[in-house]
Design a protein around this ligand. Structure first.
Ligand SMILES: Cc1ncc(COP(=O)(O)O)c(C=O)c1O
Length: 391
Protein backbone atom coordinates (compact mmCIF):
# COMPACT_ATOMS: atom_id res chain seq x y z
CA UNK A 1 0.00 0.00 0.00
CA UNK A 2 1.48 3.40 -0.92
CA UNK A 3 2.52 5.51 2.04
CA UNK A 4 -0.18 8.13 2.52
CA UNK A 5 0.31 11.38 4.35
CA UNK A 6 -1.60 14.62 4.65
CA UNK A 7 -0.64 17.03 1.87
CA UNK A 8 0.87 20.45 2.45
CA UNK A 9 1.77 23.38 0.26
CA UNK A 10 4.98 22.75 -1.65
CA UNK A 11 6.21 26.21 -0.63
CA UNK A 12 6.85 24.79 2.84
CA UNK A 13 9.63 22.62 1.37
CA UNK A 14 11.51 25.71 0.25
CA UNK A 15 12.37 27.31 3.53
CA UNK A 16 13.22 26.67 7.10
CA UNK A 17 10.97 28.29 9.71
CA UNK A 18 11.89 31.78 10.95
CA UNK A 19 14.98 31.63 13.12
CA UNK A 20 14.72 34.14 15.98
CA UNK A 21 17.91 35.53 17.58
CA UNK A 22 19.60 32.96 19.84
CA UNK A 23 19.00 32.72 23.57
CA UNK A 24 21.95 33.11 25.89
CA UNK A 25 22.48 32.05 29.48
CA UNK A 26 25.36 33.51 31.45
CA UNK A 27 27.10 31.22 33.97
CA UNK A 28 25.33 32.90 36.89
CA UNK A 29 21.98 32.13 35.27
CA UNK A 30 21.23 35.73 34.31
CA UNK A 31 21.08 36.55 30.68
CA UNK A 32 20.65 39.71 28.68
CA UNK A 33 19.07 38.65 25.46
CA UNK A 34 19.38 41.32 22.78
CA UNK A 35 19.80 39.11 19.75
CA UNK A 36 16.46 40.20 18.31
CA UNK A 37 17.34 43.85 18.93
CA UNK A 38 14.86 44.10 21.76
CA UNK A 39 15.09 46.74 24.48
CA UNK A 40 17.46 45.83 27.31
CA UNK A 41 15.09 47.52 29.78
CA UNK A 42 12.16 45.86 31.50
CA UNK A 43 8.72 47.50 31.41
CA UNK A 44 8.26 50.81 33.24
CA UNK A 45 6.39 50.58 36.57
CA UNK A 46 3.47 52.54 35.08
CA UNK A 47 3.21 50.03 32.24
CA UNK A 48 3.57 47.04 34.57
CA UNK A 49 0.64 48.34 36.62
CA UNK A 50 -1.57 48.56 33.54
CA UNK A 51 -0.48 45.07 32.45
CA UNK A 52 -1.40 43.68 35.90
CA UNK A 53 -4.79 45.39 35.79
CA UNK A 54 -5.48 44.05 32.28
CA UNK A 55 -5.08 40.48 33.56
CA UNK A 56 -8.47 40.82 35.23
CA UNK A 57 -10.13 40.86 31.79
CA UNK A 58 -8.54 37.82 30.19
CA UNK A 59 -11.79 35.85 30.32
CA UNK A 60 -13.00 38.24 27.58
CA UNK A 61 -11.89 38.46 23.98
CA UNK A 62 -9.86 41.52 23.13
CA UNK A 63 -11.24 44.45 21.13
CA UNK A 64 -10.69 43.08 17.62
CA UNK A 65 -10.51 46.56 16.13
CA UNK A 66 -8.11 47.82 18.86
CA UNK A 67 -10.14 51.03 18.79
CA UNK A 68 -8.62 52.72 21.84
CA UNK A 69 -5.07 51.91 20.79
CA UNK A 70 -5.76 53.00 17.22
CA UNK A 71 -7.06 56.35 18.54
CA UNK A 72 -4.02 56.74 20.79
CA UNK A 73 -1.61 56.06 17.90
CA UNK A 74 -3.53 58.45 15.63
CA UNK A 75 -3.46 61.20 18.28
CA UNK A 76 0.23 60.67 18.93
CA UNK A 77 1.19 60.94 15.27
CA UNK A 78 -1.49 63.45 14.27
CA UNK A 79 -2.98 61.20 11.62
CA UNK A 80 -6.55 60.02 11.00
CA UNK A 81 -7.39 56.78 12.88
CA UNK A 82 -8.55 55.39 9.51
CA UNK A 83 -4.89 55.45 8.46
CA UNK A 84 -3.84 53.03 11.24
CA UNK A 85 -3.98 49.23 11.21
CA UNK A 86 -2.82 47.46 14.37
CA UNK A 87 -1.53 43.90 14.31
CA UNK A 88 0.31 41.17 16.19
CA UNK A 89 3.75 42.77 16.06
CA UNK A 90 4.86 44.56 12.91
CA UNK A 91 5.81 41.16 11.55
CA UNK A 92 2.14 40.18 11.95
CA UNK A 93 1.17 43.37 10.12
CA UNK A 94 3.64 42.47 7.35
CA UNK A 95 1.96 39.11 6.97
CA UNK A 96 -1.46 40.81 6.86
CA UNK A 97 -0.18 43.22 4.26
CA UNK A 98 1.14 40.44 2.05
CA UNK A 99 -2.06 38.47 2.50
CA UNK A 100 -3.86 41.58 1.26
CA UNK A 101 -1.55 42.55 -1.61
CA UNK A 102 0.43 39.52 -2.77
CA UNK A 103 -0.65 36.33 -4.54
CA UNK A 104 0.81 33.80 -6.96
CA UNK A 105 2.03 35.62 -10.05
CA UNK A 106 2.62 38.86 -8.16
CA UNK A 107 6.11 40.08 -7.28
CA UNK A 108 7.46 41.52 -4.05
CA UNK A 109 10.78 43.37 -4.12
CA UNK A 110 13.08 43.52 -1.12
CA UNK A 111 16.76 44.08 -0.44
CA UNK A 112 19.06 41.39 0.85
CA UNK A 113 20.35 41.19 3.40
CA UNK A 114 17.53 42.69 5.26
CA UNK A 115 14.97 41.58 7.80
CA UNK A 116 14.85 37.77 8.01
CA UNK A 117 11.06 37.61 7.93
CA UNK A 118 10.64 39.07 4.42
CA UNK A 119 11.61 35.97 2.40
CA UNK A 120 9.57 33.73 4.62
CA UNK A 121 6.43 35.84 4.49
CA UNK A 122 6.69 36.58 0.76
CA UNK A 123 7.05 32.89 -0.07
CA UNK A 124 4.23 32.02 2.28
CA UNK A 125 2.02 34.51 0.43
CA UNK A 126 2.81 32.58 -2.75
CA UNK A 127 4.28 35.64 -4.47
CA UNK A 128 7.54 35.72 -6.46
CA UNK A 129 10.41 37.34 -4.61
CA UNK A 130 12.62 39.81 -6.39
CA UNK A 131 15.75 40.16 -4.34
CA UNK A 132 18.01 43.16 -4.86
CA UNK A 133 21.43 42.81 -3.21
CA UNK A 134 22.42 45.64 -0.89
CA UNK A 135 25.36 47.79 -1.94
CA UNK A 136 27.85 48.99 0.68
CA UNK A 137 25.51 47.36 3.20
CA UNK A 138 22.74 49.78 2.18
CA UNK A 139 19.60 49.47 0.08
CA UNK A 140 20.43 50.00 -3.58
CA UNK A 141 17.32 52.07 -4.24
CA UNK A 142 18.15 52.72 -7.89
CA UNK A 143 18.43 48.99 -8.53
CA UNK A 144 15.25 48.38 -6.54
CA UNK A 145 13.37 50.91 -8.66
CA UNK A 146 14.75 49.22 -11.79
CA UNK A 147 13.50 45.86 -10.47
CA UNK A 148 9.86 47.01 -10.36
CA UNK A 149 7.68 45.52 -13.11
CA UNK A 150 3.95 45.67 -13.81
CA UNK A 151 3.67 42.54 -11.62
CA UNK A 152 5.23 44.20 -8.55
CA UNK A 153 2.74 44.74 -5.76
CA UNK A 154 4.97 45.58 -2.80
CA UNK A 155 8.51 46.89 -2.23
CA UNK A 156 10.02 46.74 1.25
CA UNK A 157 12.51 49.36 2.36
CA UNK A 158 13.82 48.63 5.82
CA UNK A 159 15.06 51.92 7.26
CA UNK A 160 17.26 51.58 9.28
CA UNK A 161 18.05 48.21 7.82
CA UNK A 162 18.23 45.12 10.00
CA UNK A 163 20.86 43.63 10.23
CA UNK A 164 23.29 46.16 8.72
CA UNK A 165 22.10 49.18 10.72
CA UNK A 166 22.45 51.36 7.62
CA UNK A 167 19.97 54.03 6.54
CA UNK A 168 18.65 55.57 3.38
CA UNK A 169 18.42 59.34 3.48
CA UNK A 170 15.75 61.80 2.41
CA UNK A 171 16.89 62.74 -1.09
CA UNK A 172 17.59 59.20 -2.26
CA UNK A 173 14.40 57.89 -0.68
CA UNK A 174 12.24 60.62 -2.19
CA UNK A 175 13.83 60.10 -5.59
CA UNK A 176 13.07 56.41 -5.27
CA UNK A 177 9.46 57.00 -4.19
CA UNK A 178 9.01 59.31 -7.18
CA UNK A 179 10.02 56.46 -9.48
CA UNK A 180 7.58 53.89 -8.05
CA UNK A 181 4.34 53.55 -10.04
CA UNK A 182 1.20 54.44 -8.07
CA UNK A 183 -0.21 50.90 -8.19
CA UNK A 184 2.84 49.49 -6.39
CA UNK A 185 2.97 49.85 -2.59
CA UNK A 186 6.20 50.89 -0.89
CA UNK A 187 6.44 49.73 2.70
CA UNK A 188 8.91 51.62 4.87
CA UNK A 189 9.74 49.27 7.72
CA UNK A 190 10.74 51.63 10.51
CA UNK A 191 10.99 49.22 13.43
CA UNK A 192 14.02 51.19 14.71
CA UNK A 193 12.83 54.72 13.91
CA UNK A 194 13.15 55.85 17.54
CA UNK A 195 16.89 55.15 17.50
CA UNK A 196 17.67 57.28 14.46
CA UNK A 197 19.67 60.44 15.20
CA UNK A 198 20.67 61.37 11.65
CA UNK A 199 18.55 64.41 10.67
CA UNK A 200 18.84 63.43 6.99
CA UNK A 201 16.89 60.25 7.59
CA UNK A 202 13.25 61.05 6.90
CA UNK A 203 10.40 60.04 9.14
CA UNK A 204 8.19 57.83 6.98
CA UNK A 205 5.16 59.24 8.77
CA UNK A 206 5.99 62.56 7.11
CA UNK A 207 6.61 60.95 3.71
CA UNK A 208 3.46 58.84 3.47
CA UNK A 209 1.06 61.78 3.80
CA UNK A 210 1.30 62.91 0.17
CA UNK A 211 1.86 59.44 -1.20
CA UNK A 212 -1.08 57.05 -1.31
CA UNK A 213 1.23 54.20 -2.35
CA UNK A 214 3.56 54.57 0.64
CA UNK A 215 2.94 52.93 4.01
CA UNK A 216 4.97 52.77 7.21
CA UNK A 217 5.45 49.93 9.66
CA UNK A 218 6.15 50.72 13.30
CA UNK A 219 6.40 48.52 16.38
CA UNK A 220 6.07 48.63 20.14
CA UNK A 221 8.66 45.83 20.35
CA UNK A 222 11.89 47.83 20.30
CA UNK A 223 12.09 51.32 21.85
CA UNK A 224 8.77 50.80 23.67
CA UNK A 225 10.02 47.56 25.21
CA UNK A 226 6.98 45.35 24.56
CA UNK A 227 8.51 42.66 22.30
CA UNK A 228 6.92 39.90 24.36
CA UNK A 229 3.42 41.30 23.98
CA UNK A 230 3.41 41.58 20.17
CA UNK A 231 1.98 44.87 19.01
CA UNK A 232 2.87 46.72 15.83
CA UNK A 233 1.00 48.88 13.37
CA UNK A 234 0.87 50.14 9.83
CA UNK A 235 0.23 53.72 8.83
CA UNK A 236 -1.04 54.23 5.32
CA UNK A 237 -3.81 55.85 3.36
CA UNK A 238 -7.30 54.54 3.97
CA UNK A 239 -7.44 51.89 1.19
CA UNK A 240 -4.13 50.44 2.40
CA UNK A 241 -5.01 50.44 6.11
CA UNK A 242 -8.46 49.02 5.38
CA UNK A 243 -7.04 46.17 3.30
CA UNK A 244 -4.59 45.32 6.08
CA UNK A 245 -7.32 45.40 8.74
CA UNK A 246 -9.34 42.90 6.70
CA UNK A 247 -6.60 40.26 6.91
CA UNK A 248 -6.10 40.46 10.68
CA UNK A 249 -6.25 37.06 12.32
CA UNK A 250 -9.28 37.70 14.58
CA UNK A 251 -8.37 38.75 18.12
CA UNK A 252 -4.64 38.37 17.52
CA UNK A 253 -3.74 41.58 19.37
CA UNK A 254 -4.58 40.61 22.92
CA UNK A 255 -6.10 42.77 25.64
CA UNK A 256 -2.90 43.05 27.69
CA UNK A 257 -0.87 44.04 24.64
CA UNK A 258 -3.37 46.75 23.69
CA UNK A 259 -3.45 48.17 27.23
CA UNK A 260 0.34 48.07 27.54
CA UNK A 261 0.81 49.82 24.19
CA UNK A 262 -1.58 52.61 25.24
CA UNK A 263 0.26 52.97 28.57
CA UNK A 264 3.59 53.04 26.70
CA UNK A 265 2.41 55.87 24.50
CA UNK A 266 1.45 57.73 27.69
CA UNK A 267 4.94 57.11 29.09
CA UNK A 268 6.63 57.79 25.78
CA UNK A 269 8.99 60.52 27.00
CA UNK A 270 10.52 58.14 29.52
CA UNK A 271 10.76 55.30 27.00
CA UNK A 272 12.36 57.50 24.36
CA UNK A 273 14.88 58.71 26.94
CA UNK A 274 15.78 55.07 27.50
CA UNK A 275 16.14 54.59 23.76
CA UNK A 276 18.44 57.64 23.84
CA UNK A 277 20.58 55.84 26.43
CA UNK A 278 20.85 52.84 24.13
CA UNK A 279 21.91 55.12 21.26
CA UNK A 280 24.52 56.82 23.46
CA UNK A 281 25.86 53.48 24.60
CA UNK A 282 26.02 52.27 21.01
CA UNK A 283 27.90 55.38 19.89
CA UNK A 284 30.25 55.20 22.85
CA UNK A 285 30.94 51.59 21.99
CA UNK A 286 31.55 52.42 18.36
CA UNK A 287 33.78 55.44 18.95
CA UNK A 288 35.76 54.45 21.98
CA UNK A 289 36.69 50.92 21.03
CA UNK A 290 39.36 51.89 18.51
CA UNK A 291 40.95 54.24 21.02
CA UNK A 292 40.86 51.52 23.62
CA UNK A 293 42.49 49.29 21.03
CA UNK A 294 45.19 51.91 20.50
CA UNK A 295 45.74 52.42 24.21
CA UNK A 296 46.22 48.71 24.70
CA UNK A 297 48.27 47.97 21.63
CA UNK A 298 50.55 51.01 21.81
CA UNK A 299 52.19 50.03 25.10
CA UNK A 300 52.29 46.48 23.76
CA UNK A 301 54.42 47.73 20.88
CA UNK A 302 57.09 48.64 23.41
CA UNK A 303 57.43 45.00 24.48
CA UNK A 304 58.86 43.83 21.13
CA UNK A 305 61.11 46.90 21.18
CA UNK A 306 62.49 45.86 24.58
CA UNK A 307 62.93 42.28 23.37
CA UNK A 308 64.73 43.37 20.21
CA UNK A 309 67.09 45.57 22.17
CA UNK A 310 67.62 42.75 24.70
CA UNK A 311 68.51 40.31 21.91
CA UNK A 312 70.81 42.85 20.33
CA UNK A 313 72.48 43.39 23.71
CA UNK A 314 71.95 47.12 23.40
CA UNK A 315 70.32 48.72 26.42
CA UNK A 316 70.37 52.33 25.26
CA UNK A 317 67.20 54.12 26.41
CA UNK A 318 67.31 56.35 23.34
CA UNK A 319 67.37 53.29 21.10
CA UNK A 320 64.44 51.83 23.02
CA UNK A 321 62.46 55.03 22.61
CA UNK A 322 63.26 55.38 18.93
CA UNK A 323 62.48 51.75 18.26
CA UNK A 324 59.15 51.78 20.06
CA UNK A 325 58.18 55.01 18.32
CA UNK A 326 59.02 53.49 14.95
CA UNK A 327 56.85 50.50 15.75
CA UNK A 328 54.02 52.81 16.72
CA UNK A 329 54.52 54.88 13.59
CA UNK A 330 54.22 51.78 11.45
CA UNK A 331 51.09 50.86 13.36
CA UNK A 332 49.43 54.21 12.80
CA UNK A 333 48.17 53.73 9.23
CA UNK A 334 46.66 50.45 10.29
CA UNK A 335 45.14 52.09 13.34
CA UNK A 336 43.54 54.69 11.10
CA UNK A 337 41.74 52.01 9.15
CA UNK A 338 39.62 50.82 12.07
CA UNK A 339 39.00 54.43 13.09
CA UNK A 340 37.57 55.21 9.68
CA UNK A 341 35.87 51.88 9.70
CA UNK A 342 34.12 52.66 12.97
CA UNK A 343 32.93 56.05 11.95
CA UNK A 344 31.40 54.54 8.84
CA UNK A 345 28.12 52.70 8.84
CA UNK A 346 29.65 49.39 9.80
CA UNK A 347 29.52 50.12 13.50
CA UNK A 348 28.33 46.73 14.49
CA UNK A 349 30.96 44.74 12.69
CA UNK A 350 34.54 43.82 13.23
CA UNK A 351 35.08 45.20 16.74
CA UNK A 352 37.18 42.29 17.82
CA UNK A 353 38.72 41.93 14.42
CA UNK A 354 39.99 45.50 14.70
CA UNK A 355 41.52 44.88 18.13
CA UNK A 356 43.39 41.85 16.82
CA UNK A 357 44.35 43.74 13.72
CA UNK A 358 46.02 46.44 15.76
CA UNK A 359 47.78 43.91 17.91
CA UNK A 360 49.09 41.95 14.96
CA UNK A 361 50.23 45.03 13.09
CA UNK A 362 52.18 46.09 16.20
CA UNK A 363 54.00 42.80 16.32
CA UNK A 364 54.31 42.71 12.55
CA UNK A 365 56.05 46.07 12.63
CA UNK A 366 58.36 44.75 15.35
CA UNK A 367 59.27 41.77 13.18
CA UNK A 368 59.97 44.10 10.29
CA UNK A 369 62.29 46.15 12.43
CA UNK A 370 64.07 43.06 13.73
CA UNK A 371 64.94 42.35 10.14
CA UNK A 372 66.56 45.78 9.92
CA UNK A 373 69.68 46.95 11.66
CA UNK A 374 68.65 49.58 14.17
CA UNK A 375 71.78 51.60 13.63
CA UNK A 376 71.05 51.37 9.95
CA UNK A 377 67.54 52.81 10.20
CA UNK A 378 67.23 55.27 7.40
CA UNK A 379 68.45 58.52 8.85
CA UNK A 380 65.66 60.48 7.23
CA UNK A 381 63.05 58.25 8.82
CA UNK A 382 64.71 58.65 12.21
CA UNK A 383 65.05 62.39 11.72
CA UNK A 384 61.45 62.79 10.62
CA UNK A 385 60.29 60.85 13.60
CA UNK A 386 62.34 62.95 15.97
CA UNK A 387 60.85 66.09 14.43
CA UNK A 388 57.33 64.70 14.92
CA UNK A 389 57.77 63.38 18.43
CA UNK A 390 60.47 65.64 19.82
CA UNK A 391 62.50 62.61 20.98
C1 LIG B 1 13.26 45.51 10.57
C2 LIG B 1 12.30 44.81 11.46
N1 LIG B 1 11.01 44.88 11.20
C3 LIG B 1 10.12 44.27 11.96
C4 LIG B 1 10.50 43.55 13.06
C5 LIG B 1 9.46 42.82 13.85
O1 LIG B 1 9.08 43.46 14.97
P1 LIG B 1 7.80 43.03 15.74
O2 LIG B 1 8.26 42.56 17.07
O3 LIG B 1 6.95 44.25 15.82
O4 LIG B 1 7.10 41.95 14.99
C6 LIG B 1 11.83 43.44 13.40
C7 LIG B 1 12.28 42.65 14.54
O5 LIG B 1 13.38 42.24 14.70
C8 LIG B 1 12.76 44.10 12.57
O6 LIG B 1 14.07 44.01 12.82
Amino acid sequence: MPAQSPRFRSVLDQFAPYRPGGRVASPDGRSFKLSSNESPFGPLPSVTEVIAAAFADVNRYPDNGAAELTEAIARRHRIPPEHVAVGCGSVGVTQQLLAAAAEPGAEVVYAWRSFEAYPLLVRLAGADEVIVPIRDETHDLAAMADAITPRTRVVFVCNPNNPTGTVVRRVELENFLDRVPPECLVVLDEAYAEYVRDPDVPDGLGLYRDRPNTAVLRTFSKAYGLAGLRVGFLVGHEPVATAVRKTLLPFSVNTIAQAAAIASLAAEAELLARAGQVVKEGLRHGRIRPWVGLLITRPLAIIPAVLIIGIRGNSSVTDLLVLSQVILALQLPFAMFPLLHFTSSRKRMGKWRNGWFLLLTGWGSALLITAMDIDGLPAAFKGAWIVITGH
